[in-house]
Design a protein around this ligand. Structure first.
Ligand SMILES: [Zn+2]
Length: 75
């Protein structure tokens, strides 16, 4: 589990899910297009994967957005 400090994630205008900076390469991950859900305590599920090889469960420090459900896979 990697803790993402508040300076390394933000919610873009018009979106519900946060965009986070990959701790290894600095590129941007998640945002509304990601299927991930977020628990009230800021832990993201499922794990976050980046092209650079980063693959971890992350927790957003200072998250106050409540629980966000995973986006169901489209058929
Ligand atoms: Zn990366």
């Amino acid at each position: 589990m990697t803790i993402i400090p508040k300076e390394f994630w933000l919610i873009l205008e018009g979106e519900k899910k946060p965009t986070i900076e990959c701790p290894m390469c600095g590129c941007f991950l998640l945002s509304d297009i990601a299927p991930h859900g977020i628990r009230e305590d800021g832990s993201v599920y499922n794990s976050v994967v980046c092209d650079c090889g980063f693959h971890e469960y992350v927790k957003l420090e200072g998250w106050t957005g409540g629980h966000i459900e995973r986006t169901p896979k489209k058929k």
